[in-house]
Design a protein around this ligand. Structure first.
Ligand code: BES
Ligand code: MN
Ligand code: ZN
Length: 494
């Protein structure tokens, strides 16, 4: 697994600046007033900082921008990075600034002279989130270090910043785990390997159970099993428990779609772009990363994470279009298209989660439909819910974390589109409102008393261009928002 960039928090020490290797960062507000570290840098560089501050380039710079002075005289470092930053910044602005530092850092050590900066812990989170690489399959070049070079953040209140950063870095570590899982190719991340990686999280204090095919058959999870029956990899459901809250308090349930590869099955997908379907376990990846973050920061809440791990393959044993399958709930489903498999996996796991845990709330995450990408692009996940208050709380958490989320409609007219001629429902509703009819399908498996949110993350789980907080590829979208939702709505206060 990729390792988080080590970040050390040290008491301010201007004497390290002259000999520090790698890159040194000083922070200058747009008014150009220099703090002690900037003044020291200015003296060592024989006035380079003052000349920069007097320049047109600086006067045009916006808060958050980084201006690099390469190979500065008087410093051993190979660059002096001047971070232009307002004295008062929002959480997301501080994280963006950190991400900008991480992006320019490369694999060089970084010394950040943060002075008394407020939100320095958020800056650290920005560094940790953005400093991510998935290079497990790149043959090593001679001088490429295995690990990210360390970051030292010098601050007048280093201990306070370090304490504030600890729970935030837990979120970064969770998001990195999600990215690793999503980026991993399907020949490596089989259902068995995925389950093994989740079992490994027991060392963090999570309880992890793996339900194998015989158990799933006994429970009646026939729609889930029908998706995996064409694959050589066995289907599994993994249940992760974090019992940090009061004993007996109903948990929050997180349910993830974990299709380790989606060929479409007998309703085979076209070849172009099919390789992207290694990310079809993105929902399960976010559930895993969130559970990791909660365990690392020892959240005082009860949360269960359940993932359905299957592979959707065409074969002589695969489910056919036209097959009728009875779900664990008892609802019969006519399979119109074997490529609408995610809902078949989720409906059994969601039903099981409610029967077993009677959760206080349930959130499912899935790379469920291409239609949500048509509707919302890569900026927002689609949010569907049966409960305005629960949904509102999630949207607020997502906004606070800078993770795009947009509520979509549901209703009877959409539900009518999944009526089947021969079974209770069918697994597709045709092209119109494809993401909504998928959500309506899931809603059939939500009990009246369960506040529920469905997150369609097909557009945000993995992207072709870098985002504010992640390089190209898997983003880890959702770990921060779900972590915050748990913190704000599910943690016990004592
Ligand atoms: N895994 C796909 C959805 C998807 C598409 C995720 C693109 C990420 C990027 C899902 O299983 C699927 O194939 N959905 C079909 C549903 C259709 C057959 C009703 C789709 O969206 O085309
Ligand atoms: Mn599919
Ligand atoms: Zn799929």
């Amino acid at each position: 697994m990729s390792r988080l960039t080590p970040i050390a928090f040290e008491a301010t020490d201007l004497d390290v600046m002259e000999a520090a290797k790698g890159r040194i960062v000083i922070v200058v507000a747009p008014d150009g007033k220099l703090d002690p570290a900037a003044r020291r840098a200015n003296r060592l560089t024989k006035g380079a900082v003052a000349r920069l501050v007097a320049s047109e380039r600086f006067s045009k710079a916006k808060s958050g921008q980084l201006i690099s002075l390469a190979w500065p005289t008087g410093l051993a470092a190979e660059a002096l990075d001047v971070l232009v930053l307002d004295r008062k910044v929002t959480t997301v602005e501080a994280r963006r600034a950190g991400a900008a530092l991480a992006k320019s850092k490369g694999d060089k050590p970084l010394s950040v002279m943060a002075g008394g900066m407020r939100k320095a812990a958020e800056l650290a989170l920005g560094i940790a989130l953005r400093d991510y690489r998935f290079d497990a399959y790149k043959s090593a070049e001679d001088d490429t270090p295995d690990d990210s070079a360390p970051v030292t953040l010098y601050h007048t209140k280093a201990d306070e910043v370090s304490a504030a950063a600890a729970p935030l870095l837990a979120v970064a570590e969770g998001a990195h785990m999600t990215r690793d899982l999503v980026n991993e190719p399907a020949n490596v991340l089989t259902t068995t390997e995925f389950a093994d990686r989740l079992v490994d999280m027991q060392e963090l204090g999570l309880k992890v159970e793996v339900l194998e095919e015989d158990k799933l058959a006994e429970l009646g999870m026939r729609t889930l099993l029908s998706v995996g029956q064409g694959s050589a990899s066995p289907s599994k459901v993994v249940v992760m428990h974090w019992d940090g809250g009061k004993k007996g308090d109903a948990p929050l349930a997180l349910v993830g779609k974990g299709v380790v590869f989606d060929t479409g099955g007998i309703s085979l997908k076209p070849a172009g772009g099919m390789e992207d379907m290694t990310m079809d376990m993105g929902g399960a990846g976010v559930v895993a990363g969130t559970m990791r973050a909660l365990a690392l920061r020892k959240a005082s809440a009860n949360v269960v994470g359940l993932v359905g791990l299957v592979e959707n393959m065409p074969s002589g044993t695969a489910t056919r279009p036209g097959d009728v399958i009875k779900s664990m709930k008892g609802t019969t489903v006519e399979v119109i298209n074997t490529d609408a498999e995610g809902r078949l996996v989720l409906c059994d796991v969601m039903w099981y989660a409610q029967e077993r845990f009677k959760p206080a709330g349930m959130i499912d995450l899935a790379t469920l439909t291409g239609a949500i990408i048509v509707g919302l692009g890569h900026e927002n996940a689609g949010v569907f819910s049966n409960d305005d208050a629960f949904c509102g709380a999630f949207l607020k958490s997502a906004a606070a974390e800078g993770e795009g989320a947009w509520r979509m409609p549901m209703g009877k007219a959409y539900d009518d589109l999944i009526k089947s001629r021969i079974a209770d429902i069918k697994n597709t509703g045709g092209r119109p409102a494809g993401s909504v009819t998928a959500a309506q399908f899931l809603a059939r498996f939500v009990k009246d008393e369960t506040p529920w949110i469905h997150l369609d993350i097909a557009g945000v789980a993995s992207v072709k261009a870098e985002t504010d907080f992640a390089p190209k590829g898997a983003t880890g979208w959702g770990v921060a928002a779900l972590n915050r939702l748990v913190q704000d709505k599910f943690e016990t206060s004592e």
